[in-house]
Design a protein around this ligand. Structure first.
Ligand code: PLP
Length: 379
């Protein structure tokens, strides 16, 4: 039996031939492996659970990625250098103040390890994005002090200040906050960071900063510029629409950047050429950022006014998602929506109530969402 025939026989017996025969050669080349393996494709799932940008990546980022393919035989040194320099120039800092990570997730993990080491105390609001504290608690035996959000589901800065002790190694602030979407006004936050930074390290996670009308005025990056003990965290996963490429960055004192990068598994080379090229092009494409902000705001306001019209409680939202009370819905809300091809955030308990975080999608997706939600409301 020739090799070709035996391969064909094997394909037939495994069912792959039947699946592949339905596709043109070009489609076969492009079809995801899952489809060729006979698993049902799920192209109709409307994903409103990951706070991603449904309009991304920008055309310029796509072009930059394609052009960068030709350089993928080389290590990314030049790309790393160029992106750090570009971020530094945009922030009025030096490249030594910029730490790149495989998503901001990697940097949160590094900070959890570094500051949680030996049972170090980590203070955060709760609920907030948990990764740094979780990672620190799991891998460095950190002691996680959770400070409940206030009645408006925003950070309670006075209570957080009271929770800081001489044992506190890091205070984590998520602004805007995930999952609630609330934003802290810049002046009290800046005052809080300055006061806390005299006692400990403050990390401000600005993953959703670019969704605010005036990102620069709301950023705490000026505290890094003036040499205070503050780390600012950003990501290319949200408004830049590059979540699948895994790229984030921190702005911090050069000694902090060195300390964290020494812990990184990929050393200083943990990011790939296409991601670095796409990030450079995305940073330069502020028109795409502005249009994403506009579209997101329109979708967010439409969803909020629909919720208000139907007396469905929700937190004041500043980013690309809305935190919605489930008091009018069955406990099976996320599963019920999934059956209608809509994926939203899991059920979370806050202040004694149940909530779900819903990301902003395209107008068509939001129409399907509100139609499905209307059908699920309990009298
Ligand atoms: C507040 C916040 N920080 C960090 C991240 C991690 O994002 P990434 O690792 O994609 O940069 C997320 C993701 O949802 C987030 O919401």
């Amino acid at each position: 039996m020739s090799h070709a025939i035996s391969r064909r026989a094997w394909l037939r017996s495994s069912g792959l031939l039947a699946a592949g025969a339905l596709l043109s050669p070009a489609a076969q080349a492009l079809a995801p492996a899952a489809a060729l393996l006979g698993r049902p494709a799920a192209p109709t799932l409307i994903k409103l659970s990951g706070n991603e940008n449904p309009w991304g990546p920008s055309d310029k980022a796509r072009q930059a990625m394609r052009a960068a393919f030709d350089d993928c035989n080389r290590y990314p040194n030049d790309y790393l250098k160029a992106l750090r320099a570009q971020i530094a120039a945009a922030e009025g800092l030096t490249p030594e103040h910029v730490l790149l990570g495989a998503g901001s997730t990697e940097i949160l993990s590094l900070a959890g390890l570094a500051y949680g080491a030996g049972g170090g105390q980590l203070v955060s609001a709760w609920p907030a994005f948990p990764l740094l504290m979780q990672y620190g608690a799991e891998h460095a035996k950190a002691d996680w002090v959770k400070v409940p959000l206030d009645a408006n589901l925003a950070h309670d800065l006075p209570a957080m200040a009271r929770a800081v002790t001489p044992a506190t190694r890091l205070v984590y602030v998520c602004n805007p906050n995930n999952p609630t979407g609330t934003v802290l006004p810049a002046a009290p936050l800046r005052d809080f960071c300055q006061r806390m930074a005299r006692q400990t390290t403050v990390l401000v996670d600005e993953a959703y900063l670019e969704y605010l009308d005036d990102p620069a005025a709301n950023s705490m990056a000026d505290l890094v510029r003036t040499g205070q003990n503050v780390i600012v965290l950003r990501t290319f996963s949200k408004i830049y629409g590059l979540a699948g490429l895994r790229l984030g960055y921190a702005l911090a004192a050069p000694a902090v950047v060195q300390r964290l990068s020494r812990l990184a598994m990929g050393w200083a080379w943990g990011q790939g050429v296409p991601a670095l090229a796409a990030a450079q092009a995305s940073l330069a494409d502020q028109e795409f950022v502005r249009s994403s902000r506009r579209h997101t705001r329109a979708g967010r306001e439409a969803l909020q006014s629909w919720l208000t019209q139907h007396s469905i409680r929700h937190a004041p939202a500043a980013a690309n998602f809305v935190f919605v009370s489930l008091e009018q819905f069955p406990a099976s809300f996320p599963d019920d929506l999934l059956q209608r091809n809509l994926q939203v955030g899991r059920v979370q308990e806050v202040n004694g109530g149940k909530w779900s975080r819903i990301s902003i999608g395209t107008p068509e997706q939001m129409k399907q969402l509100t139609a499905a939600m209307a059908g699920l409301r309990q009298a």
